[in-house]
Each structure stands twice: as structure tokens, then as C-alpha cells.
Write a protein that binds this ligand. Sequence first.
Ligand code: MLT
Length: 257
Amino acid sequence: MSKVHVLRLPGQIGKTDMALGVAVVIDVLRATSSIVTALSSGSTGIIPAANREEALKLRESYPDSLLCGEEQSKIIPGFDLGNSPRDFTPENVQGKKLILTTSNGTKAILGAKAQGASAVFMCSFLNIDAVAKTVACEASRGDAPHDEASRKEKGVFVICSGSHGEFSLEDFVCAGALADRLANKGLALEESATEARHAYFQYRDDILQALHDSQHGKYLEAIGYGADLPYCARVSVTSIVPYLADHVIQEYAAAGH
Ligand code: MLT
């Protein structure tokens, strides 16, 4: 049976062998909420970049793409969009490829890929039930050439992107919400996942309160992005499941899975 692990700090990514396993990256405020929204709004794909310089270099290969991203949660000067999910509207992104760089989320996505995860999904509260369904299916499926037994041993790695390397309450609560759903689908929880699940139980009737209680939520409110909190606290408003297809983030179902 696949086992669910929660990595509460991004620093754990480089120390975790995810080969053959399934990785799920969470950055509630705000990268994975933005990625889910962008695909829901009709973006043709999102290319994650580690930093501003890498994003600008990628733009040379994708001249029609939009440059999106933040530094200290504010739009990078000269970029087309920042990292507020409310900016990823159909008017702004429909039919367009995006290049996205953020302080935490895109780094965690690239980190999970570098650690050999066989699949890298993106989760937020917005799409959590669809992610739980997809991940439970993927985790229970052997995959040639990797034999089923080795894949099952490797499990599911739920990664909290954190905030500049520090613990993030909102990501941990979301990881617990996902762990709860996966446990209810028959997956076993490693103790880090059990701990996250219990954190979720404290907030499950008021997810928005978890975002208000978080350090990053308070910071976003202080710099004028308070409206992102209720937006990102909505639970299962879309069935879109983003995954990293080679170097572009696309919708899993639309890719024929
Ligand atoms: C991120 O999404 O990586 C960070 O949380 C920064 C932000 O968008 O506020």
C-alpha cells in the first residue's frame, strides 16, 4: 500500500528520494493557487522558472509567452503579471503560455522533479478533491518499466513550499486536508502526514481562518493583497489537476490521463 509523507519544510526536498514516487506540491499563498487558476482560465501551459534571470532566458525561447512572477510577493518590474491568482483571468491568459517564477512554489516544483518523482502534481484548496482522486489512482498503479512493488514502496510525497525556507501554516493545513482525503481512500499515513491531518482538523470548518492565522497571509494583507486570502481559501471549486509534463505544467486530464 502506498504511504503518504508530508514534507513540512522545503529544505527536506533535497534530502528525500522521490524516485518512482508521486510528488504533490502545495503553495496555497499563492503559486499553486495561481497555477490552478491560470489553467482554469485557459492558459495553454505554465513553465516554472527558478528565478527572474531564468524566466527572462526562457522568454527568449518562448517570445509569445507572458512573463509572470513575484519577488517579495510583488510583481517583478517589467513582467506582464505578478503572482496574485486573481490576475490570471481568461482575459489575461486564455490561449497563452506563461513563464512563472515565485519565491517558493516554482522552486519546490523544480525541486520535486530534480528528486526523481515519477509525477509532480500541484495542489491548492481550490482543486484538492480532484488532486486526491488523481493521486490515489496514480499511487495505486504500478508503472512500467518500474515494477508496481517498487512504486508502491516509494509512496506519495506532499511538499509544503513554505515561505523563504520557513514553515507555512496554510501549506501544512492544506497538506493535512489532502492526507485526510487520501487516508479516506485507503492510503496509509506516515506520522508527518498524520500530524498535518490533525492540523487540518483544527481548521476544516473555517479554512480562511488558517490563512488569516498564517504569517504569509498577514504579510499579504499588509501589502494590499488581502483579497487573495478568501480567493485561495475556497475548497474544491475546480477539478483541474496541474502536473509537470517534462518542463511545462499542464492539465492532467487534458493530456489524456
Ligand atoms: C510563492 O507563491 O512562491 C510565494 O508564496 C510568494 C507569493 O506569491 O506571495
